[in-house]
Write a protein that binds this ligand. Structure first.
Ligand SMILES: NC(=O)c1ccc[n+]([C@@H]2O[C@H](COP(=O)([O-])OP(=O)(O)OC[C@H]3O[C@@H](n4cnc5c(N)ncnc54)[C@H](O)[C@@H]3O)[C@@H](O)[C@H]2O)c1
Length: 433
């Protein structure tokens, strides 16, 4: 671990790097490349569920990058992650239940956020305020307003925010999308997303005392207080609006992100969500079955069809996103792409690598060399926003008309616009410092 002074010097140097990156000074960039190559980057991870552990291993695998601290409000998870990393790295990793200790640690450069969704934006903003670069899981926000605040925080503090839509860094997806943009199937006007899963019931929970190893107050953090229920944790919060964003705000973000990348669209003109919670009689509030349409004026249409709790999981070759153009189609299938001609004949198929290391490396390269991020916060915000708008359509039971010229704001509907932001627990309102 470096001493504090060298860390501060390095940090202000990197701040300069980023300022240069924002003002696109190529001369400074080449200087930065030469000088910062060998700088060690130190990481703290918040939220040690399956994803947080995966990301800790991914950052740890990169050259000259070290995880120094892990944090979970569930002490058992934080401790298990610490022990696993101690063993794999041979170093002594710090373990916290309060992530503000990571923010206070001047030697930490990057805050990784793999918590429940209601924490993503507030923690990312606090991270930027504290001078950290951020890797935040998808969806970057719990509501549209939070995404806008994150953009402001990133700009004001000149900190990078990379979004956990890691497919933006998978080589064959990058290549397939590039081909689309080069016109391989002519004008592209439709992207269809298909998601299937066989999730089980979450049952019916009972109000109970939170387990002693969980700091439930800090788990709730920015969300207004609600009593603890026996079936909320872990993971099931995804299906409860107070903390999660349902399947479209879970797996949907990956799909919709690729769809809008291929179509080259951002803010929609109309959004509609057909679907419901049909499969189980349980506490799930968000739909288990969905048909979402996102229209972009004359630029085209994205459809997202999902069955989250179906015994049918799709076939082995199950496509992820299929683009239709005037001269053919292109399917993104996991980490591969398949190209079809105008008659529907397969003409090319390329398989590539998946995983997270390319994406975590991209953030590290962004910090060290000014490399553009594959999923920067502006890109992230728009992809998450599309999913939030879909959910607003469902919760308001109506088709939304949006204004692409004003960040996708919902037109002539103050009731629907109320869901653009949320209420916060007093003292936890996100604020760009
Ligand atoms: N990019 C991907 O492919 C991908 C894959 C899986 C999950 N995810 C995302 O990662 C996030 C986590 O997913 P998961 O499956 O690990 O969920 P999970 O519910 O199993 O884990 C979340 C963890 O965050 C902890 N936590 C909550 N508030 C905290 C706080 N204030 N400080 C520290 N820890 C806190 C919880 O105690 C829990 O251990 C979700 O947002 C999910 O959407 C992304």
């Amino acid at each position: 671990m470096q001493d504090q002074q060298s860390s501060i010097n390095r940090r202000s140097f990197m701040g300069g790097t980023l300022a240069a990156g924002f003002s696109t000074s190529m001369a400074l960039h080449s200087n930065v490349l030469a000088n910062s190559k060998s700088e060690k980057l130190v990481v703290g991870v918040m939220g040690m569920g399956g994803r947080g552990n995966h990301l800790a291993r991914s950052f740890e695998s990169l050259e000259n990058v070290e995880v120094a601290a892990v944090c979970d409000v569930d002490r058992k998870r934080s401790e298990a992650a610490r022990q696993a990393l101690n063993k794999s790295t041979g170093r002594e990793i710090k373990s916290y239940t309060d992530f503000r200790k990571i923010l206070d640690d001047k030697s930490i450069d990057i805050l990784v956020i793999a918590t429940c969704n209601h924490w993503h934006a507030p923690a990312a903003i606090m991270g930027c305020n504290a001078g950290k670069h951020v890797y935040v899981e998808k969806p970057c926000s719990h509501n549209p307003h939070e995404g806008e605040l994150m953009i402001e925080a990133s700009k004001r503090h000149k900190r990078l925010i990379q979004h956990g839509t890691q497919r933006r860094s998978w080589p064959m997806i990058v290549e397939g999308i590039k081909k689309l943009h080069e016109g391989v199937i002519g004008r592209v006007y439709h992207a269809h997303c298909l998601y299937t899963s066989s999730r089980g019931s979450i049952g019916k929970g009972k109000p109970t005392t939170p387990p002693a190893h969980l700091d439930y107050d800090l788990w709730q953090g920015p969300a207004p207080r609600r009593p603890f229920k026996s079936n909320m944790l872990h993971y099931n919060w995804h299906w409860l609006w107070h903390w999660g964003n349902g399947e479209v705000g879970n797996n949907g973000v990956h799909y919709v992100d690729i769809a809008r990348w291929g179509l080259q669209v951002d803010y929609p003109t109309r959004v509609n969500y057909a679907g419901g919670h049909y499969m189980y009689d349980d506490d799930r509030e968000t739909p288990d079955t969905s048909d979402v349409s996102l229209e972009f004026g004359d630029k085209g249409l994205i459809t997202w069809r999902a069955t989250s709790c179906s015994p049918f999981r799709g076939d082995e070759d199950g496509t992820f996103v299929t683009f239709t153009g005037e001269k053919g189609a292109l399917a993104i299938n996991r980490a591969s792409y398949i190209l079809y001609d105008a008659k529907g004949k397969e003409v090319e198929r390329k398989n590539g690598a998946s995983g997270s290391n390319g994406h975590t490396q991209n953030l590290v390269d962004g910090i060290r060399k000014g490399t553009p991020l594959a999923a920067d916060i502006q890109t992230a915000h728009v992809s998450a926003l599309l999913c939030h708008l879909a959910n607003i359509s469902h919760r308001q039971d109506k088709l939304l008309r949006c204004d692409p010229k004003h960040g996708g704001r919902i037109l002539n509907d103050p009731e629907a616009m109320k869901l653009w932001k949320r209420e916060y627990e007093k003292g936890w309102e996100p604020k760009v410092g």
